[in-house]
Design a protein around this ligand. Structure first.
Ligand code: IVH
Length: 700
């Protein structure tokens, strides 16, 4: 721990108050906002400093000091029991049966040695240690009764937690029903929900494409995803869980390892990277092995947890108000590199957002060379007090977007240059604006700023939007030659225009025109996404299209009407209203409509039938038509396609060679499995359909 600097009691008291404020604020940013502004290490150092002051002056300890309680993830503290599940965008809250504590942590191996010695002093000799990975996610507490998952609570403030059961049911490796035998009638099992790197990269790529702020790291992405209000959305986030602590009355286990082995035999996800260590030497071997090997794991770990393995010894050691005394976490420092800021660019995105990006002296970091790092916005630049020429620490924010975490002030020579955030768009010179509550500056010249225009056209033609076969180089040329200054201009292009593009011949021009013609068949939800309304990503566009059915209804919808749509809050509603209040945008819509694009849902998309209304359907295997077409049939008939099986799944639609895991899970949960031909009969127009639903043969 940090030795307290010699200070008077008065100074100590002032510093303690200051530290508590800093810790509370950063704890809220970490646990509630999922958007930490300082590194875990810096946070832990603030906490260590406060602990040291409180140890030196115990009379300064306050009952609500952050050293006395766990950081809270509750957005809406104190509403225990008064909210039924799903009543609104908040979660119902329930008390934990056993308090949900945190772990004492250290970055210093000698403190792990102290832990081992302390344990031996208190509990005597004759016990072992279970060493485990410290999964970097968000804690969860699952309750199983009679072998069924009945509740999932977040840690909350350690005493009460948010009820996220419906979301947890959509996490594919958490069983709704236990398998095997011998599970206690009722028990709790706690663990960590995390987002593997692959899912995290995919999610952030999508978010960047939709100009949503990317998550800083997989941990924030996991806890943000767990608190989504739409379980379908959670299912798509690719979350996983590892469980590491069983609690209950009269459990029949002698050791922690035995308990976890039993949990694994009931189908619960338990880590196979655990090891029993007999002494500090073996613990240190485990730590140094994983300090290197963890870089090859597909998910983030931030340390090692060392637990006394024998449960009677655990009991003898007991708890503080915040930690078990029978366990400690040894944390790995995030990999950092020190490098120089060569310059700062201000990049304009397709929505006009201006992002400061630092160009760095190339440096090796966690396996790749880092040359650029985002500075996010002006507030962040000010917080770092960054100058051009500064030496800065770079960390990988969850491995894809490097970020600058601090400036090495001792390396300042005095020749560093203070960066000036532009007040005009670096591309078109229009004065930048910043809306209230918005951290970013925007170029308001939406119809004249070249970077925005090209960005908008590129977004418009992208695969998930209008799917026109062209890329950056074509868009650059079309713009530079004055042939396309808006998406609508694309539909006025003639073959002779295209032949002016460098290297274009008859065939390339014809191919491009064919692709444009085909885009007239792209459905309304994709067209809506293609318009590039800020915050309206692919799934929001689909929700809006299904709800309003056509552009006229959407354009004239009030703020209240917009907020009726699932997942649309005031920020998205305002953005939609703002978009349709611009004459330039309205004129684009009219030109695109005249060009023949789909601005309403087609009959079969509207609803072929409501036979699948409210039903959640999972598909697996190969079908006689494409999976996209199958999905369309599901939505057209009122159903919802979801990616993972849970207790809420109406049926598993199985093609040829369905996934064995899905089949097994459906069987375990007693979910019906339906073949393609039966599905087709089910959704066939009524005259073709068997007269009573019972006539459908359903098999398990
Ligand atoms: S045991 C009563 N084991 O780390 C002790 N925790 O920083 C229960 N964590 O709150 C915790 N991996 O959310 C335990 N293998 C592991 C863990 C683990 C990650 C988390 C957990 C805890 C936090 C403390």
């Amino acid at each position: 721990m940090t030795a307290p600097a010699p200070m008077t009691k008065e100074q100590a008291s002032r510093r303690a108050t200051e530290l508590r404020k800093l810790i509370e604020e950063n704890s809220r940013l970490y646990y509630v906002e999922n958007s930490p502004q300082i590194s875990d290490y810096d946070f832990d150092m603030l906490m260590n400093e406060l602990t040291a002051i409180e140890n030196e002056y115990p009379e300064l300890v306050t009952p609500d000091s952050p050293t006395m309680k766990v950081g809270s993830d509750l957005r809406n503290p104190g509403s225990t029991g008064d909210k039924g599940p799903g009543t609104d965008k908040e979660f119902a809250q329930y008390p934990h049966k056993y308090p949900m504590l945190s772990l004492g942590n250290t970055y210093d191996i000698s403190e792990v040695e102290d832990f081992v010695r302390r344990a031996e002093r208190t509990a005597g000799k004759g016990f072992t240690f279970s060493c485990e990975l410290k999964f970097d996610g968000t804690a969860i507490c699952l309750t199983y009764i009679g072998g069924k998952l009945v509740r999932a609570l977040t840690r909350g403030d350690g005493v009460i937690g948010d009820d996220v059961t419906e979301n947890v049911r959509r996490i594919s490796n958490i069983p709704g029903h236990l398998k095997g035998s011998g599970w206690p009638e009722e028990f709790e099992i706690r663990g960590e929900i995390y987002m593997p790197y692959a899912a995290f990269d995919r999610l952030n790529e999508e978010r960047v494409q939709d100009e949503d702020p990317p998550f800083a790291n997989p941990r924030n992405a996991a806890s943000g995803s767990l608190k989504l209000t739409n379980p379908d959305e959670v299912a798509h986030r690719g979350l996983e869980c590892t469980l590491y602590h069983i609690l209950g009355e009269n459990l029949p286990f002698r050791t922690h390892a035995e308990a976890l082995d039993a949990a694994a035999s009931w189908g619960l996800p338990v880590s196979d990277k655990r090891r029993i260590c007999r002494d500090i030497k073996e613990i240190e071997e485990y730590i140094s092995y994983w300090d290197t090997e963890r870089k090859f794991l597909p998910f983030a770990t931030d340390g090692i947890v060392i637990k006394v393995n024998e449960l009677d010894f655990q009991k003898a050691l007991g708890y503080t108000s915040k930690f078990p005394k029978w366990a400690v976490a040894y944390k790995f420092k995030a990999e950092q590199a020190l490098t120089e800021v060569l310059s700062i660019d201000y990049q304009v995105g397709r929505t006009g957002a201006v992002t400061p990006v630092a160009n760095l002296e190339p440096v090796q970091l966690a396996g790749t060379v880092v040359k650029r790092a985002t500075l996010h916005n002006l507030d962040q630049m000010r917080l770092l007090d960054i100058r051009i020429g500064d030496h800065v620490y770079v960390e990988k924010g969850g491995e894809i977007i490097p970020k600058i975490t601090g400036v090495e002030l001792s390396m300042r020579s005095g020749s560093e240059v203070f960066p000036v955030f532009p007040d005009k768009c670096p591309d078109c010179g229009t004065p930048l604006v910043r809306d209230e509550g918005e951290a970013r500056f925007f170029c308001p010249n939406i119809s004249g700023c070249p970077t925005q225009i090209k960005g908008k056209i590129l977004h418009f033609i992208s695969r998930k939007a209008m799917n026109v076969l062209a890329g950056d180089a074509t868009v650059d040329q079309l713009y530079d030659l004055g042939l396309a200054k808006s998406p609508a201009d694309l539909y006025d292009l003639k073959k002779e225009d295209l032949l002016r593009l460098e290297g274009w011949k008859d065939r390339s021009a014809e191919r491009f025109l064919r692709s444009l013609a085909a885009s007239r068949e792209v459905t309304f939800d994709h067209v809506l996404f293609a318009l590039g309304i800020r915050y309206v990503g692919e799934s929001t566009a689909r929700e809006l299209a299904m709800h309003f059915k056509n552009i006229d209804a959407l354009m004239t919808a009030s703020r209240d009407a917009l907020m009726q749509v699932e997942d649309i809050g005031d920020v998205i509603a305002d953005s939609i209203l703002d978009f349709f209040s611009s004459a330039a945008n309205l004129s684009q819509v009219e030109r695109l409509r005249k060009a023949g694009l789909q601005f309403s849902m087609q009959a079969e998309e509207k609803s072929a039938s409501d036979i699948l209304n409210g039903k959640s359907i999972v598909i697996s295997g190969v079908f006689s038509i494409s999976r996209d077409e199958i999905k369309k049939l599901i939505t057209a008939n009122g159903g919802k396609n979801s990616s993972s099986i849970s207790g809420k799944t109406a049926f598993l639609l199985a093609g040829e060679k369905p996934g064995p895991e899905k089949m097994q899970k459906a069987a375990d949960l007693g979910i019906r499995i339906i073949a393609e031909n039966e599905f087709m009969e089910m959704i066939a127009p009524s005259e073709e359909r068997p007269s009573s639903p019972e006539q459908l043969t359903l098999f398990d």
